[in-house]
Design a protein around this ligand. Sequence first.
Ligand code: ASP
Length: 438
Amino acid sequence: MKKANLLTLLIILGMLLGVLYGQFMLYDAESLIDSMHWTKAAGDLVLIRPLKLLVIPLIFFSVVVGITRIGDPSKLGKLGLATLAYYFGTMLIAVIIGTTLVTIIQPGDLPAEVQAQVAAAGETSFDSDTVLKGKVEGQSMGGAWNNILKQVIPSNIVTEMAAPRPLGLIVFAMVLGLALAAGGERTKPARDFFDAMFEGLMIMIQWVIWLTPLGVFFLLAWTVGKIGLAELIGPLGSYMGVVFVGLLFHMVVVLPLILWLLGGVNPYAFMAKMKPALLTAFGTDSSSATLPVTMETAELEAGCSKRASNFVLPLGSTINMDGTALYEAVAVVFLFQLYGIDLSMSQLIIVVITATLAAVGAAGIPSAGLVTMVIVISAVNGSLEGTGLMLPVAAIGVILGVDRILDMCRTTVNVWGDAVGARIMTRLAPDDPQEVAD
Ligand code: ASP
């Protein structure tokens, strides 16, 4: 059996066993949290921490190497512009799909007693989770822009690495790469150093990837043990259904169509090759933690050029989030519906724009989208001023309980969007045949 097939098989096995074990514990345990907590800790140690450890060095070296390999500045300009157009174009499409679906299906139009129940749950559970850990910055449009610009132009690269805030790190790495490319013979030793370090990191990644099946087992056991499959048919089922359908449509129809049109390859064959990355995204909830696997699979299995993937994938893992954008739009409109507030066309346009921005601002880590959703809610509330209507931000508590499973799905779409981008940009930035042969 080919190594990649064996890995995929083991990951699927890990997922199935994890779900079974989690569901079993859900029925079995009295003090569920205690009995399941070790699975979360084990998953963290086995998979999440090793992957996270590699992410910052990987982003740094891969972007520098990506830029120096591209070399010719005119090519870089074209690639940069095309990549940004791809990111924003696909995120906008995703957000429009989400907004349209949630407006037509109206999952928040629930019977009065259910509405009261979820509203009460929102008030009581909101404080307890991620949202209030002081991560919410820039709750207005201006604040959001300011926040993003400050990340793009950092004042201290070490604090950006430690935070971690990858956007500033990427910008720094891009400029350094340009400088090393422009330096010609004088900077050649530095280019060789970066090349060799990058190769070393890729070898470390190959080692870590074999831990994925075990990590996915622990993490899924924890999720299912905590939420339970029964939640799927609860009052939030239709909201989840809309997010699922939107994500699925974007993943299996929209992005494949774009890949087929612009990349000229069979999108489903490409999807099959990217399976290890997609499954890792599903299991880890994190585009950034998945990045090592995405890069490895895209280059070695799925025919993406090193030049394109070294540039498109690290950047995409932090700013290109189709799944998050779609989910934020659905979630916010759903919450407004739940509270009986009908949004007008212009308010829906505000949702479309701010959800895209909030997805760009979200880091590639678990629950990031949930946090930046506050930007979207505040923007819509701003447009409701004077009407006496307003959605309390605490309403987010309603959807906290089911967020993990949606996070898994949207992260998969985020990573798929990055991979499609890398495959399309391979046309624009193919590898030097000489280099590939080496
Ligand atoms: N977990 C997502 C990701 O890493 C971000 C989000 O919360 O939507 O791509």
